[in-house]
Write a new protein. Structure first.
Length: 82
């Protein structure tokens, strides 16, 4: 199973909103499935340029706080990520 295909690519045909984001300072953004697909492809291309090949393992650490993250199909409200 490919999570990117199942969660994003198969919905990228229209302009359906995949993600709504609102920062603590009130800034808001919305991303369509097509935009998320483009961002994922860009990150994949960056990894390829760095020499990452299929089958390689890549780890990352993201430190951020999320007050509220919601999508049309789910809602997630953590206190913080560490």
């Amino acid at each position: 199973m490919n999570a990117c295909i199942e969660c994003c690519d198969r919905h990228a045909e229209g302009d359906a909103v995949a993600l709504y984001c609102e920062a603590q300072d009130g800034r808001a953004a919305r991303y369509t499935f097509r935009e998320l697909q483009a961002h994922a492809a860009g990150f994949g291309n960056f990894l390829r340029e760095q020499g990452v090949k299929p089958g390689d393992r890549v780890a990352t650490r993201i430190v951020w706080k999320v007050a509220r993250l919601s999508s049309p199909s789910a809602s997630f409200s953590p206190i913080s990520f560490m």
